[in-house]
Design a protein around this ligand. Structure first.
Ligand code: URA
Length: 229
């Protein structure tokens, strides 16, 4: 990859700004000061030093974040803060695919990854990755059987869809539900279909990956195998 592409991919500036960037900053690879924008480098094996410090470059990156309410599961938006805005150096320099979005008013475990095919793969219905949600309902819950047997909801395209819970248990007006599909507003619509209103929704597990007591806005790197271990 050319050095100007590498640096602008990492958001140090646009490609056209790289000529002056390389003059103003000391960029070294293998003890060679890089001045020319068309310098060819190996992004996976070269260590690039910028003003004396190595640049963090890693591919792929898999992050699990605790999304708070009020953040969009998106990269950018004109109206709302986005979950990627929560990432700090060095992770904020990468572009992420978001696997299995959460609604604006939902919270909990969300996967961000630079590995687009992994994000795509785990959101495919045929992957059947189980996801567990903790929900707070408007009244005590007593209808587990109905959700295990299946309820008809509308999906994101307003098509009727038979949605089933894999597992569910409850205590008063709190319930923990596991599904292995990911239709639009699926959990809220499943409870609505049997006359309950979801007041709060938190995703606590995706595959084998658990939220545990990760604070809001915090994130950690995981290996993709951890999802299935
Ligand atoms: N189901 C919902 O209804 N909302 C979410 O954010 C996730 C699953």
């Amino acid at each position: 990859m050319r050095i100007d592409k590498f640096l602008s991919n990492l958001k140090y500036g646009s490609r056209s700004e790289m000529k002056s960037f390389l003059k103003q900053h000391e960029v070294f690879i293998d003890n060679i000061r890089v001045i020319l924008t068309n310098f060819e480098m190996d992004e996976f094996n070269d260590t690039v030093y910028l003003d004396g410090k190595p640049i963090f470059y890693k591919y792929p990156i898999y992050l699990a974040i605790n999304k708070p309410q009020g953040y969009l599961s998106a990269n950018r938006d004109n109206q709302y803060p986005c979950v990627v805005d929560l990432l700090k150096e060095p992770y904020n320099r990468f572009d992420y695919a978001i696997a299995g979005r959460l609604d604006l008013d939902s919270e909990g475990l969300l996967i961000l990854t630079t590995d687009g095919s992994f994000a795509h793969q785990i959101t495919l219905p045929k992957s059947h990755v189980p996801k567990t949600y903790e929900v707070l309902l408007d009244r005590d819950f007593k209808d587990s059987k109905a959700l295990i047997c299946g309820v008809t909801i509308k999906d994101g395209r307003n098509q009727l869809y038979e949605a089933k819970a894999l597992e569910i248990h409850s205590e008063f007006n709190q319930a923990w539900i596991t599904i292995d599909e990911g239709k639009f507003h699926q959990v809220k619509r499943m409870f609505e279909a049997i006359g309950y209103l979801v007041l709060k929704l938190k995703r606590i597990q995706i595959g084998q990956l658990k939220l545990n007591d990760l604070p809001y806005e915090a994130y950690f790197e995981f290996r993709k195998e951890n999802l299935y271990d």
